[in-house]
Design a protein around this ligand. Sequence first.
Ligand SMILES: Cc1cc2nc3c(=O)[nH]c(=O)nc-3n(C[C@H](O)[C@H](O)[C@H](O)COP(=O)(O)OP(=O)(O)OC[C@H]3O[C@@H](n4cnc5c(N)ncnc54)[C@H](O)[C@@H]3O)c2cc1C
Length: 304
Amino acid sequence: MAETKQLAKIPLRGTLREQVDMRKHTSWRAGGVAERMYQPADLDDLLGFLRSVPVEEPLYVVGLGSNLLVRDGGLRGTVLLLHSALSELRLEIDGSVYVEAGVPGAKLARFAAKHDLNGGAFFAGIPGTLGGMLAMNAGCYGSETWERVLRVMTVNRQGEVHVRTSDDYEIGYRRVVLRADCEEWFIAAWLTFAKGNSGAARQEIKELLSRRIASQPLNLPNAGSVFRNPPGEHAARLIEQCGLKGKRIGGAQVSEKHANFIVNTGNASAEDIEQLISEVQATVLQKTRIKLHPEVQIIGEKIR
Ligand SMILES: Cc1cc2nc3c(=O)[nH]c(=O)nc-3n(C[C@H](O)[C@H](O)[C@H](O)COP(=O)(O)OP(=O)(O)OC[C@H]3O[C@@H](n4cnc5c(N)ncnc54)[C@H](O)[C@@H]3O)c2cc1C
């Protein structure tokens, strides 16, 4: 706590750690070290932190790190870890669901099902937080996060809070851009669901999870689909067609089970993964003339 006070200059209730191994905070289990990591105690504590942190401190918001590659040279500045910090989830009087940014998709899906709400099952298969799902417009099986959004609550680095609607953003396939030219992070959202039936919603979650187990290499660390699907195409099909299934660089391998997944076979560095991403991109471009764009977010510095 003494260190927290030093960085933020006011008493805070969260946890500040130094030299944090980001392999423990990313689903690829690869990559470098963050100079600092702050896990706020709750929303008020996060706002206090932002209002007092020096302006020159670089900040990165991380949820469950399930779409994230941190390069081996690590991150300068502070990672704000929202998972399990912003964790409130409640039913509002108007029937909407208030969800804070650190709530995992599986918990949100189960909450909706328990309250007889339909349309939330797809969240169960996405191993990220609501914040990450809003940032990525995460989706699957024909549903997307922003289809459920009534309003979002955001914060900027000065700790100022805004309530916004989808009109404030350009929203597309795995793409969300705030129209205003400023940096903000998601801290909560109000989501809407149709009235349904708890049993049917639970059954839908079960079926959806079985489909994932059957088609994804969930036994090895990965970050889900590495590339966005090009219009009218499937990245996995193109990668497979180019004979890249099973291709390895160091400990990184294009999955034999799902060609758009890169798995960490045990000791992959972030560099192995990034090189394999580039190699897949180059081969697919050369053989099909289609450029694949990564969906995964790559941050931090390379080892010099
Ligand atoms: C096995 C597996 C299956 C997957 N399946 C799917 C799928 O079906 N569909 C899909 O869309 N994705 C899928 N993903 C990818 C990933 O789970 C999603 O992109 C998810 O939304 C990322 O959430 P996160 O909390 O882990 O975000 P992180 O990986 O921590 O962060 C991802 C990006 O979001 C930003 N971010 C995180 N929190 C916030 C916040 N509060 N405010 C602003 N920005 C924020 C980060 O800065 C970063 O740029 C899968 C991943 C895995 C490992």
